[in-house]
Design a protein around this ligand. Sequence first.
Ligand code: UDP
Length: 474
Amino acid sequence: MANTQLKPHAILFPLPYQGHINPFVNLAIKLASKGFTITFVHFEFVHRMLSESQHTNTNNEIDFFSEARNSGLDIRYTTIDDGFPLEFNRLNNFDEFWTSLLQDFPARVDEFIGKILQSEQSMVSFLIADTFFSWSPKIAKKYNIVNVSFFTQPALVYSIGYHLDILRENGHYPLKENVVEEINYIPGVKSINTKELMHYLKEGEVETLKHIVSKRAFQEGKNADFVLDNTVQELESETLDYLNKKQPIYAIGPISNFLTKIIVTKSFWSESDCTKWLESKPLNSVLYVSFGSLAQTNKHVIQEIAHGLLLSQVNFIWVVRENIVKSNGINILPDGFKDEIGDKGLIIPWCDQTLVLSNPAVGGFLTHCGWNSTIESILCSTPMICYPIEFDQPTNKKLVVEDWKIGTNLHDGDLIHRDEVAEKIRNLMTGTGSLGFKQEIEKLKNVLHKAIEKDGSSEKNFDKFVEDLKAKIY
Ligand code: UDP
């Protein structure tokens, strides 16, 4: 007999990367505000990075969700050890890290979840894990709890991953290097060029951990009871409608920082405050440049962008992350660059991106097309110049440039050239070329804002998800 008195309890397990943690934190707040108890799990090294970004002594146990609890939300916070020393550089040693996450780590998680469940026997629990934690459906099954897979990227990416078998049958997976063809056989996807498929599907990538991790995620993700997607029904309706025939998938986006007032520390690095500098600049005159938290490129690319920025003569803020190229610490900017830009440009290691994008002085975004950045740009009606580097970024760029027409793109990889960079920047910031983008992005912004209103599609999908979840567990 169903026991409707039991309180629902969600264990939330984000991937230990900025672009995954941000939507997970916002999801935690949203679920808690619907009456759920949340146990939020960070990796210990993430806890340490977050603590350091706050200039806090890591020996102190900081509870990043204390403000949420003060607001009456039942969010508990805990950490898990991944078995590596805290100082181990998990980004530069991606393969070693992920080999362990696939092989040894699941047993740790299994034990960890078992302990949480033992201590929460008066609650009905379920596991909401990032789709890229491919082991989570199996662990949930073992404990007889519902598994929710949270996909933090667009439905288009999920759909391509879901249909790898069809791509293989058609000779497009693994993806041959020089083949440029239009694909129109993926159900729910009208058309996509081979160049726009995810980077890790390329022939030269199939032996890499990035490919193996993603392939497993899409395979095992099919076994999840529910899929949440940080997208919006109106943006990707055909793709979502088709996927929904296969698996319950709920478009609940945008799950963005903009939408929660509660402060939870999320940034891996200390945020530079750009507000004063931005206040000194005219409306829409500043280009914001950032390649997210993970993507790594090379010195040549950085130098072409630097010269392109100078040639364009446009104001800019550029996030040059300490690990933007693999060999940290070397001087990657052109000699004398900082002197030459004077007050026209600000180079910073990290910032509160949503705060910068929403400043009226910012009028354009040169981006790697990470999905969060794309959504945040739309929410601020900031047209984009796209320079995708890896993972899902080429696919997200297709949505921005081809489908929604809210941005333009640069030549890929090392083909990037300073003259093109300067020309595209000038067109976006000062020419008439961006007028069409601005009109289209304004429309999309309204769609996104409507989706999260009380009667909006994402809000309704979220309520339906909660209802379906409860029906399954009680
Ligand atoms: N971000 C930030 N400050 C920065 C650069 C990025 O707060 O200086 C945030 C950004 O707002 C976004 C996330 O980091 O929410 C990056 O996620 P995205 O999916 O765009 O890219 P990823 O880092 O996963 O490649």
